[in-house]
Design a protein around this ligand. Structure first.
Ligand SMILES: *[C@@H]1O[C@H](CO)[C@@H](O)[C@H](O)[C@H]1NC(C)=O
Ligand SMILES: *[C@@H]1O[C@H](CO)[C@@H](O)[C@H](O)[C@H]1NC(C)=O
Length: 402
């Protein structure tokens, strides 16, 4: 019986999912068997007003996850808002998803959307809470062997990001640094029950507030103090997961980090000084959508942080492009920007998560059922928005898998 024997030995060679915990080793993320892991995935937003992963009024969680799986992606960057944890800790506990919809969308429209959600996802009931919706998404991703990277996207649940949205920087109107750290600890600890949780992004797109107000000084020194104290707490809450550190200016620059440059006041980021140095990675975003030169994009990305991939860097670390994206309604997929990232990110053997899975949002900036032209999926999340753009994405996935 040659065939069954062969199948058996292939099965034995293919180690079982999820092979956690992951750690970093120089420029790579590695799983518990020592195999390199490249993040190849998509952003699934859950940090806006309703604070529930998007799309569930149109499709079941299982069908959405199957679409991600069909592209051979291996990870989802799942975003959440600190406000959800503030409610759990300070405001009498997590709210039910039914109430979350009526609160964010109004009694009548909210109830209609809730009915649609439960029709598509009959596992939910009137007692199901927002965090249980996250649990359900993580569980289905695990079932289909896809990893979860959590991302703290906002403090107050809302569309991100602008300079005047009160969520910009430590001490901004809604950005209480202590509550932020508490929320991160909570999610890191809560996520221990998700077998596929491998990492967490400490904060999405730090940025300069339009008005100084009561925020701390916008500089690398403040960044260092706040980010390292949060990292210590999150690592203590869950020592197994990798922590992604994002940069300044909407996470477009980490320039002093790879070379351990002066952050001001003599402070330097020295990877080797962390007890959990093998649990730290860097993340950048790029939206140079009107770029005309791939060479200049490449040198910009390199100097703004990707040089940490090089053995010559004082702090050699993985760097993941956790956001980039473009309209799915035109030929952007063929433009300089998209073609350039499709080429250089796999060439660098760097991980990435594209923005965005969503065909539409429950609500964005006040508009309900907001159409997302950058969404990989159609408005009702039933299928890909553009087969040509998806073919381009598939080429990037295949190049990264090689
Ligand atoms: C992981 O990738 C590095 C190059 O970045 C390579 O040197 C190493 O051999 C790879 N590890 C495995 C187990 O393939
Ligand atoms: C409601 O759903 C939650 C999970 O979403 C589950 O834990 C709970 O047992 C369910 N309650 C009922 C009455 O079915």
């Amino acid at each position: 019986m040659r065939l069954p024997t062969l199948l058996l030995s292939i099965a034995a060679l293919t180690a079982a999912f999820p092979n956690t915990p992951f750690k970093t080793s120089k420029r790579n993320v590695v799983d518990s068997t020592g195999a390199n892991f490249t993040y190849i995935g998509v952003n699934w937003p859950g940090a806006a007003d309703v604070m529930i992963p998007e799309g569930l009024q149109y499709q079941s969680i299982a069908s959405i996850v199957s679409k991600i799986k069909s592209l051979k992606m291996n990870v989802v960057r799942l975003t959440f808002a600190i406000e959800m944890i503030d409610d759990i800790k300070d405001n009498g506990g997590d709210v039910t998803i039914q109430k979350a919809f009526t609160k964010a969308l109004g009694a009548s429209k909210g109830e209609t959307v809730w009915q649609q959600v439960v029709k598509n996802n009959p596992g939910f009931n009137t007692s199901t809470t927002r965090i249980q919706a996250f649990d359900a998404v993580a569980a289905e991703l695990a079932k289909q062997e896809i990893y979860v990277h959590l991302d703290n996207h906002m403090s107050k649940g809302a569309w991100c990001c602008g300079g005047g949205d009160g969520n910009t920087w430590f001490g901004d109107t809604y950005f209480n640094a202590d509550k932020w750290k508490r929320g991160l600890q909570y999610m890191a600890d809560h996520g221990k029950q998700w077998p596929n949780l491998i990492s967490i992004g400490l904060r999405n797109e730090l940025r300069k507030p339009d008005k100084a107000g009561s925020s701390l000084a916008y500089n690398w020194q403040t960044w260092y103090t706040q980010v390292t104290s949060a990292a210590d707490l999150v690592n203590a809450a869950n020592p197994d997961i990798i922590l992604f550190l994002s940069g300044l200016d909407y996470d477009t620059t980490l320039s002093p980090i790879p070379g351990a440059g002066d952050l001001g006041g003599g402070k330097k980021f020295q990877l080797s000084s962390f007890k959990y140095a093998n649990k730290l990675a860097l993340e950048l975003h790029n939206y140079q959508n009107s770029a005309t030169s791939c060479d200049s994009m490449k040198s910009g990305l390199y100097n703004n942080g990707f040089k940490a991939l090089d053995a010559s860097a004082a702090n050699q670390m993985p760097v993941i492009l956790t956001e980039f994206g473009f309209s799915q309604t035109d030929s952007s997929y063929n433009g300089v920007y998209a073609s350039c990232l499709r080429k250089i990110i796999p060439e660098w053997d760097a991980g990435w998560t594209v923005w965005v899975l969503a065909g539409s949002y429950y609500i964005r900036s006040g508009t309900q059922d907001f159409e997302e032209a950058w969404g990989l999926l159609k408005h009702d999340w039933s299928g890909w928005r553009s087969s040509a753009a998806i073919a381009g994405l598939q080429a990037m996935i295949d190049a990264s898998l090689k």
